[in-house]
Design a protein around this ligand. Structure first.
Ligand SMILES: [Cu+2]
Length: 539
């Protein structure tokens, strides 16, 4: 019942909002028209059959067609935001149009994307290894057999598309750091603007046989990732009481920037759900993860970088991220809190131009804005099930400010001012710029100095923070900034494990928390960045 009511409310709000943009309400889809099912359900499995039909057709379309599979992936390469407050809304538009395209090409009028709930199914869905649902299928080889094939087949079509871009689109590319087609293509090839050379680990191109790393017979999430994806950790990610806030632990979304194509100018922060499970799942599927057998230092599969939509699983992962956004919105409504930016913030949020989406007719949507995609009702879908938020004793999710228990401006030990219950650590460090720098670091609490790396079951392990892609994946401008400043200051929010809250030291005032980073076990000798600041809040 709650889900249906939520859908109704969202639909009504969306119709009101779009009415202001002079779209006749009658032209809008019924917000209940389509249902996104869990991929593990019978209906979800049926949807995959239609999805495969559409993927096959898109692989067969000529590269001159915007619905060609690789052309579709380049929409993400050229325009996706990561690490800022437009992350969710942009991906809703991208997946939303693509869903309509699949509906049309598959001939299944009921099609809606199944989602991969990795909290429940802690392995890659088995059916995503069948036929063209894996990018390692031979049908992809005509594009990705090897690099010369890719350059010969794909590059001219992207160049031709680039030549059609209008002034507004070119302005967006410039914000991203692509002044010319050559800049874009250098990014595809893994150009590292910090070290001024190509980095194999940053290459967005992946050859067919290595397009996805995870094999069918070893598809379970490794233990650290399984923890990041657990219901408990996701619940922590749903707790922030504001859509966006300057204090990271209060913000559902990552840092506010001037444009979705803009990198943070000085310091950035990742929201919990983006900076932990979202990024970590991408890295895992593409081959960077903390267990024996990964491909460090690359080349990686598609999911580690901005051509990630080449792997069909991208859309199941992002349907789940979108479902988490819907779940958070439902929680906000339940507690009477705003589920979007308000006032002047909302105006700034809504007006950012999204100029690269392709609709179901193969037409570029040249007048889109972020505000067009704030409601799922825009695309007429809902989810069969949302994630119910489980409140904690601290009432933070109900709007109470997280209580600051202690802070250290130099990354040293934090003394807690009050007995702690559940805690959340806000940690800041400079992202290393070395080409072989790890994409993930583990967070350790009160670990003895001689502990260099930890396994998931270590008593000192408190979580993992993950970057999506190499430095350049956040845009050459971001990387260039790093080059001038010796790194990018970045903040992650890490809900600390419940067992820490239960431990004796956390219950006594004056208790000390020593938080630090450790390299992943696969790169034990890479020096972990020193924390520049640590804050501990109650949650
Ligand atoms: Cu993603």
């Amino acid at each position: 019942m709650r889900v249906s009511r939520r859908g109704l409310l969202a639909g009504t709000a969306a119709i009101a909002g779009l009415g202001a943009l002079s779209v006749p309400a009658a032209a809008l889809p019924n917000p209940f028209r389509w249902v996104r099912y869990n991929v593990t359900s019978k209906k979800g499995q049926d949807m995959l059959k239609s999805y495969a039909v559409a993927v096959r057709k898109m692989l067969d379309l000529p590269l001159s067609h915007p619905h060609n599979w690789f052309r579709n992936a380049f929409v993400h390469m050229m325009d996706c935001p990561h690490g800022n407050w437009w992350f969710y809304v942009w991906h809703r538009g991208y997946v939303g149009y693509f869903e309509q395209t699949v509906r049309k090409l598959s001939g299944n009028p009921e099609f809606a994307f199944p989602y991969w709930d990795w909290s429940e199914l802690q392995e890659l869905p088995l059916s995503m290894f069948a036929g063209v649902l894996t990018p390692t299928n031979e049908a992809y080889a005509k594009y990705t057999k090897d690099l010369p094939t890719f350059e010969r087949e794909v590059k001219p079509a992207i160049q031709a598309y680039w030549n059609t871009l209008n002034a507004d689109q070119l302005a967006q590319q410039k914000l991203r750091g692509y002044e010319s087609f050559d800049d874009l293509w250098k990014a595809v090839m893994g150009w590292d603007p910090v070290n001024q050379k190509f980095s194999i680990g940053d290459q967005a191109f992946a050859i067919t046989e290595k397009a996805r790393y995870v094999p069918i017979d070893n598809r379970a999430l490794p233990p650290k990732l399984a923890g990041e994806c657990s219901f408990n950790d996701v619940n922590g990610g749903l707790a922030p009481a504001q859509f966006n806030a300057s204090s990271p632990e209060t913000s559902f979304t990552s840092i506010r920037t001037a444009s979705h194509n803009d990198a943070p100018s000085k310091t950035g922060f990742f929201s919990i759900l983006e900076g932990k499970p979202h990024n970590h799942v991408h890295n895992f599927i593409g081959g960077y993860f903390d267990a024996p057998g990964n491909w460090n230092p690359g080349p990686y599969g598609n999911m580690t970088n901005n051509l990630s939509p080449v792997d069909p699983i991208f859309f199941l992962h992002h349907a789940n991220m979108d479902r988490l956004w819907e779940s958070w919105s439902a929680k906000q409504q339940k507690y009477g809190l705003p589920d979007l930016p308000t006032g002047a913030d909302r105006v700034d949020f809504d007006k950012d131009p999204f100029l690269f989406f392709v609709d179901a007719d193969g037409k570029y949507v040249l007048n889109g804005k972020a505000g067009d995609y704030i409601h799922a009702a825009r695309f007429g879908y809902r989810y069969d099930k949302l994630v119910p938020y489980v409140p904690t004793a601290t009432k933070v999710a109900e709007g109470a400010a997280p209580l600051l228990l202690g802070a250290s401006q130099d990354g040293g030990t934090v003394s807690l001012s009050a007995p702690a219950g559940r805690m959340i650590a806000t940690i800041t460090f400079e992202r290393p710029t070395a080409m072989d720098a790890p994409r993930q670091f583990d967070v350790l609490v009160n670990a003895p100095a001689d502990v260099k790396t930890v396994a998931a079951d270590s008593p000192y392990y408190a979580g993992t923070v993950s970057f999506f892609g190499g430095l350049a994946a956040h845009g050459p401008a971001h990387a260039a900034h790093a080059a001038h400043n010796g790194g990018n200051r970045v903040t992650f929010v890490v809900p600390l494990p419940d067992r820490l809250a239960a431990s004796r030291f956390a219950r006594s005032p004056g208790a000390k928390l020593d938080v630090r980073l450790a390299p992943p076990t696969i790169q034990p000798d890479f020096p972990a960045p020193k924390l520049l600041a640590v804050e501990i809040h109650s949650r």
